[in-house]
Design a protein around this ligand. Structure first.
Ligand SMILES: [Zn+2]
Length: 344
């Protein structure tokens, strides 16, 4: 199941909570434990990175909490430079909080008991969580406390669903302001729906034949002929597929599909090669940020030109925890940029 994130209300004076999914602004951290500075600095200029995305993303039916962060250097000269966009995974395995989550999970399990049993187990079976065998339903009786009535937990003021149905303890902190932060918006998440209508992008593209012999200066030393560009467009099914898929839900700024496949923006770069050859060792696709976000958060000071930002995370979710039971780990982050042919 692919989940799509859309821009919701701006993050105003109301603080974000750890259970929110939002773009821009300031990150919030489990127990206010900040990640090591070396994980949140630009590898190109050494400057502190700005938050692009914070996504609360606990594994379904797992008790511990988990957040994916994507950071980007706000300096224009670092655009397209290695290490100017970085992804970090954080988990919190505090036993006390996990106990509280257990109650929540059990309560949800109770609610599902009224569903046909077939559906319950079907859902569990289809769960893409690689830890399915370690989930609380597999290791013990999830219903042994079902007579216990839990007070509903405090939920965030935002009505949008989170990626997971687990609602752990809410921790809020005051929002800070910073001139280096991107404009901030909450996201709401919905399952992707694809209408049967077939979009056909190439038919919308018209090539001015007179430019086919013109030479176009590219960033490198090579000069490309217009006719080469037309050929490239015809060949690049990847970009067409990307566009066609996005056309179904053009406002999407986030795609989430743990263990699924990313929607690749082009087939011409190293990121594409790495992904299709399955060389992201020990990791699985988790989410990607979509270019519509540029329209929402780009400022005059910082123009963005990426096509998509793809994040792969550890398949086993392993992480080293500190004494607060909080851990941080950098994850694989691949940025596909706008190609020389895409603006046509
Ligand atoms: Zn930088």
């Amino acid at each position: 199941m692919v989940l799509l994130g859309y821009i919701d209300e701006p993050v105003g004076d109301e603080p974000t909570s750890l259970q929110d999914i939002f773009v821009g602004g300031q990150p919030s951290y489990f127990k206010d434990v900040k990640p090591p500075t070396e994980l949140t600095t630009c590898k190109n200029c050494g400057r502190h990175l700005s938050l692009l995305l914070e996504a609360f993303a606990p594994f379904h039916d797992e008790l511990y909490d988990r957040i994916i962060y994507v950071f980007m250097c706000p300096k224009a000269e670092c655009s397209k430079k290695n290490g100017s966009v970085r992804a970090i995974r954080s988990v919190c395995k505090d036993p006390t909080l996990m106990d509280e989550n257990r109650s929540q999970v059990e309560q949800e399990a109770e609610e599902r008991v009224v569903e046909p049993v077939k559906d319950l187990f079907g859902e569990l079976k289809l769960d893409s969580n690689p830890f399915a065998s370690a989930n609380p339903f597999a290791s013990g009786n999830p219903f042994d406390k079902k007579e216990k009535v839990e007070t509903p937990k405090k939920v965030t003021s935002q009505p949008e669903p989170t990626i997971s149905s687990i609602e752990p303890q809410s921790t809020t902190k005051p929002k800070k302001t910073s001139q280096d932060s991107f404009p901030s918006f909450f996201l709401y998440v919905e399952e992707e729906t694809v209408s049967p209508k077939k979009f056909n992008l190439p038919s919308n593209i018209e090539i001015d034949e007179s430019v086919l012999d013109a030479e176009i200066e590219t960033e490198g030393s090579a000069k490309l002929k217009g006719s080469d560009i037309k050929q490239a467009i015809d060949d690049d099914d990847t970009f067409n597929t990307f566009t066609e898929k996005v056309e179904h839900n053009p406002s999407q700024v986030l795609r989430y599909h743990l263990g699924g496949k990313p929607l690749l923006y082009n087939s011409k770069d190293g990121i594409y090669q790495t992904i299709i050859k399955e060389k992201v060792q020990g990791k699985q696709f988790e989410l990607q940020i979509m270019p519509k976000l540029i329209m929402d958060i780009e400022t005059d000071d910082f123009e963005m030109d990426w096509g998509t930002i793809i994040v792969y995370t550890d398949t086993n979710d392993a992480i080293e925890l500190d004494k607060e039971y909080v851990g941080y780990k950098e994850e694989w982050c691949g940025v596909q940029y706008e190609q020389w042919n895409s603006p046509l």
